[in-house]
Design a protein around this ligand. Structure first.
Ligand code: ARG
Length: 511
């Protein structure tokens, strides 16, 4: 966990072949419709599955581990329902957002395992596994949705995200992008989807749609992610089929990943199952103006605490690493210093040391018992406004979690939306090198870039409770320095600083 944390803080730190063949499929190939180009390495678990020499992309997939890929069975069948591709025909390209410039890690495939009950007529059980000849380098594998995750984050009406290199033109000439695309969709009710497809939708499928948006030919085998509290890398679906692309009457249909946890793990025992623990702001009810930002991602926890130094000044400590079990985490609290101030030039911080220990036992998705240097307290999720935790984010809000600028490692930002109210935390340094945090809560308003903007003076607190001391009530006040975050999509923003500088922010996905 030490490396992971210090990495964040110290990093200055062609022709496409379509083999899919659902009986009802009106067009033979499609790509993501109405999406946006992914910011660099936003979805490191996505791979391109290629065929031929020179190879070209025909399906997507995701990394379950360094040498196993999950994809769709139909990718390897022809329209007459015959399995026509073998492992030796395939190349997997990992580690790149560009599927046609030769970048990334290319691997041959030693095993192709289609699902024994795959039904090529109905596309039921449309899931397959590929074993790579050699491991690829990944930070973290994808986490599989479970029935509990589906209930929490992929129920009817919830926002999910699909990614792929499929066709971006719903009508007319096919247009396959080199750069990975992503699109936000809404989960469709099982019954209305089943109605649309004349009763062909089984419990092994999950449908998603949004006006003018869809996956399309070439996206098959790629992921549908639960997108917000989930931290972005919980895979709930595998792109499977649809009638046309982005047709109002026909949702996209995805293989329901949660139905195959045991089947996947019979081949890949290390495949990660997701939990429903909530990423976001947490706090202790009787400890005013202390707060804890927690993101869960790929079996890891990434924590920072808003605390106070013995002189009462606001200070933050971090902790990160693998969860010890589905519901427990233990690690050290680390303090950094000497990094970049709000408006100063870049300075790489140094880790000044371990200032204590933290252990958290999650007792539900929204409650936990935290021991901070032996001081035990009950953590609960923080309502930004009344009922906010229960309500969750409105559609189009920024993803919950950590943001940064990769060229300015050591300074980080944590953002959570509940409805359209956003709570922002900035983790940086004072001129004397001490770590300091700022915060604000503001309503998001739609902007001209098609995203949302939040704007507010930064607030700073002082006089609060040091790590191993009794409660002190801090005072919080505006610094008089305003910032704005202008989001262009749910995971990329420009941070406008009080001195007029603009800093690009992206989601922090290195861990
Ligand atoms: N079967 C297609 C493929 O092979 C994916 C289609 C997804 N279609 C949709 N309308 N969502 O790439």
């Amino acid at each position: 966990m030490v490396q992971v944390l210090s990495r964040w803080l110290a990093i200055g730190l062609a022709a496409v072949i379509f083999l899919g063949g659902h009986a009802a499929q009106a067009v033979d190939s499609a790509k993501i419709i109405g999406g946006v180009t992914v910011s660099e390495r936003r979805w490191p678990v996505q791979v391109s599955i290629q065929y031929g020499s020179p190879s070209s992309h025909f399906c997507g997939g995701t990394l379950l581990s360094a040498d196993w890929v999950m994809t769709a069975s139909h990718c390897f069948y022809n329209s007459r329902g015959q399995l026509v591709l073998r492992a030796s025909d395939l190349t997997v390209v990992a580690g790149t957002d560009n599927n046609s410039d030769g970048s990334g890690q290319r691997r041959s495939v030693t095993r192709l395992i289609t699902h024994p009950s795959y039904n090529p007529t109905l596309d039921d059980n449309d899931i397959a596994l590929l074993q790579l000849s050699q491991s690829v380098t990944i930070n973290n594998p994808v986490m599989l949705a479970t029935p509990a995750t589906d209930a929490a984050w992929a129920g009817t009406g919830q926002v999910v995200t699909a990614t792929g290199w499929g066709n971006t033109n719903a009508t007319g000439t096919a247009n396959y992008p080199s750069r990975l695309q992503q699109v936000d969709l809404t989960v469709t009710s099982q019954s209305s989807c089943n109605m649309a497809y004349g009763g062909d939708i089984t419990a092994n499928m999950i449908c998603a749609a949004s006006p003018g948006k869809d996956t399309c030919q070439g996206d098959s085998g790629g992921p549908l992610f639960a997108s917000n509290h989930a931290g972005g890398v919980i895979q709930v679906g595998i792109t499977s089929f649809g009638i046309g692309c982005a047709e109002a009457d026909y949702p996209g249909v995805y293989t329901r990943v949660s139905r195959y946890n045991d089947w996947v793990r019979s081949y890949v025992p290390a495949a990660l199952l997701s939990t429903t623990l909530q990423s976001g702001w947490w706090y202790v009810a009787d400890q005013p103006a202390r707060g804890y930002s927690i993101e869960f991602r790929s079996g890891r926890l990434y924590f920072a605490g808003y605390l106070y130094d013995t002189d009462g000044s606001a200070v933050w400590y971090t902790s990160s690493g693998s969860m010890n079990s589905a519901t427990t985490y233990a690690g050290t609290l680390q303090k950094f210093a000497g990094g970049q101030t709000l408006t100063g030039p870049y300075a790489a911080p140094v880790m000044v040391g371990t200032v204590g220990s933290i252990a958290i036992t999650f007792t539900s998705d929204t409650t936990a018992v935290m021991s901070l240097n032996g001081q035990v307290a009950n953590l609960v999720r923080y309502d930004i406004a009344a009922g906010g935790v229960a309500a969750g984010p409105a559609s189009g809000m920024p993803e919950t979690g950590w943001y940064w600028n990769a060229a300015e490692g050591g300074r980080g930002y944590f953002i959570e939306a509940q409805r359209d109210q956003i709570f922002f935390g900035g983790f940086m340094y004072r001129a004397d090198g001490q770590p300091v945090w700022y915060y604000f809560s503001a309503q998001a308003v739609a902007n001209a870039a098609g995203g949302v903007t939040i704007q507010s003076p930064l607030n700073l607190c002082a006089g609060g409770q040091p790590v191993s001391d009794a409660a002190h009530v801090p005072t919080c006040a505006s610094t008089g320095q305003s910032v704005a975050l202008v989001f262009t999509n749910p995971f990329t923003a420009t941070l406008m600083l009080p001195d007029g500088r603009a800093i690009s922010l992206a989601r922090f996905t290195l861990y």
